[in-house]
Design a protein around this ligand. Structure first.
Ligand code: NAP
Length: 274
């Protein structure tokens, strides 16, 4: 079991949504944390909230869609903290809408932030983790990784890529001391990209709270879990069906209301700006 107390963590997406809640749960367990995102104001607010715990907090404004800023982020944190024990790739964009209604720039940016940035940050932090023979990379994917959903094809593609990439690297580096986990949340209530739609998810698709996601991150680190599915059971069964039989999975998506719900989100003016 890996303890979180005293660990140096880099968390992306630390300015708003579930990031600050994951940060609080980790810092309450004694972790030092670097928060990264574009909004300096959001990062400052999140860091101020963490000051009551008395551990080290660092904020690093960064645009993860810019390749040049990805390596610089790791270098900045290593320079300030001296080490990174845990990297949590949480920053993400939900680019929803009919595929051809999206600009190519939006699609490209989604792939950059959701998939290429986690790959790049991991690439730049791995040498240090391998040298210290200790480290953990936690990737916040989504149930969408397992359930290709209409009007969110690009998002689903990035999350599926993230989870399969994690599985591959985990096996490749088994025994090295560096561990890998993927968190697969369903629709998250209260804060974050789904909560901003102001829609209630159908019972068949379930939901989860930000605290449940944060607790899953803790469990993944402490117990070295490959994947943590954080959602009510119907969506979990759907994801299993999608893996066992893609055509059955597609039929279930229609019957369980995934297709209708996704269409409703788009009709609600759900195409989010980047
Ligand atoms: N909410 C859900 O229902 C749900 C469900 C499943 C999975 N997830 C996943 O959970 C993670 C967090 O989602 P959330 O709901 O908290 O989303 P959110 O409220 O939209 O927050 C996204 C975070 O990512 C950061 N970010 C976005 N673009 C960035 C960029 N170019 N460079 C650096 N940082 C960037 C944002 O900060 P700035 O804007 O300040 O840059 C913010 O901190 C995502 O990976 C998402 O896919 C969410």
């Amino acid at each position: 079991m890996t303890t979180i107390n005293g660990k140096y963590i880099l968390l992306t997406g630390g300015s708003r949504g579930i990031g600050p809640i994951i940060a609080e749960v980790l810092v309450a367990r004694g972790a030092h944390i670097a928060l990264a995102a574009r909004s300096e104001e959001g990062l400052k607010a999140a860091a101020t909230n963490l000051s009551k715990f008395g551990t080290q907090t660092l904020i690093v404004p960064v645009d993860l869609s810019q390749t040049s800023q990805q390596q610089a982020l790791i270098e900045t944190v290593l320079n300030k903290f001296g080490r990174i024990d845990i990297l949590i790739n949480n920053a993400g964009l939900e680019t929803e809408g009919a595929y051809l209604d999206l600009s190519w720039e939006e699609i490209q940016k989604t792939v950059e932030v959701n998939l290429l940035a986690p790959m790049a940050l991991t690439y730049h932090v791995l040498p240090q983790m391998l040298e210290q023979k200790e480290g953990h990379i936690v990737n916040i994917a989504s149930v969408a990784a397992k359930i290709g959903a209409p009007y969110a094809a690009t998002y689903c593609g990035t999350k599926a890529g993230l989870s399969e990439w994690t599985r591959g690297l985990r096996l490749e580096l088994e025994g090295s001391g560096v561990h890998f986990s993927t968190i697969l949340p369903g629709y998250i209530t209260e804060v974050g990209m789904f909560a901003r739609f102001n829609l209630k998810s159908p019972v068949s698709l379930g939901s989860t709270t930000p605290k449940q996601v944060a607790r899953a991150v803790v469990k993944a680190i402490e117990k070295d879990k490959l994947e943590m599915f954080v959602n009510s059971s119907p969506a979990r069964l759907l994801s299993v069906a999608c893996e066992l039989s893609p055509s059955l999975g597609d039929w279930l998506k229609k019957v369980m209301g995934v297709v209708d719900f996704q269409r409703k989100k788009v009709e609600n003016g759900s195409k989010l700006s980047l």
